[in-house]
Design a protein around this ligand. Sequence first.
Ligand SMILES: [Fe+2]
Ligand SMILES: [Fe+2]
Length: 234
Amino acid sequence: MTDAIDPTRSLGALVRDNLAYAAVFESVGLDYCCGGDTTLEAACEAEGIDLDDLRERLAGVEEAPDGDDWETHAELIADIVSTHHQYLREELPSLEGLVRKVARVHDENHPELRELRSEYLALAEEMKRHIDEEETDLFPIVETLDRGESLTDAQRATLGNEIAELEADHAETANRLERLAALTDGYAVPDDACASYEAMLERLERLETGTHRHVHKENNVLFAEVERQLPASA
Ligand SMILES: [Fe+2]
Ligand SMILES: [Fe+2]
């Protein structure tokens, strides 16, 4: 059964096969979205994880019912926008209010909350700009390509540049999320936390997990496929 999990495949490719693997990688701290090109064996070695144990766990995971079953890039884009971008547009401002409140009330006992607040505010600002940029500058060009229409030279240049810039944003976002996780000791609830504090930690953790899924769909599926397709349509 374990033989089914090829250790020379990349983390991103494995999650493309079965979205349920994402939760397993998440649980052992393997980055399958921005670090999606790393092979399973290399990632395990780098993180000191037992490869055979992990392959066994993966082999026991059932296929996710909502796997990557998009027929077209337009469908994948619609899923990214309705599932992830819409969630961020609602969640980022609402969570900002909570982060500000918790930092204000608890920063004396938890001075790390001041840094958490400024990291969060920077992250939220960047993410809002980033998703607007994807929807305005990148997705329409991908949809044009999807309809089988040829691209102008300007569109082709924009596409390549945008993908590079957006991937760099993803890496920056991943760093900020890592920083938030470190500042909260992996979102651990302190003994003196009130209900708001606990809710903030839970929502920050959900933001991290959701962002990993979101970035996976872009870096490892959409961007990777568009880049593969690009020379052929030149
Ligand atoms: Fe996005
Ligand atoms: Fe993105």
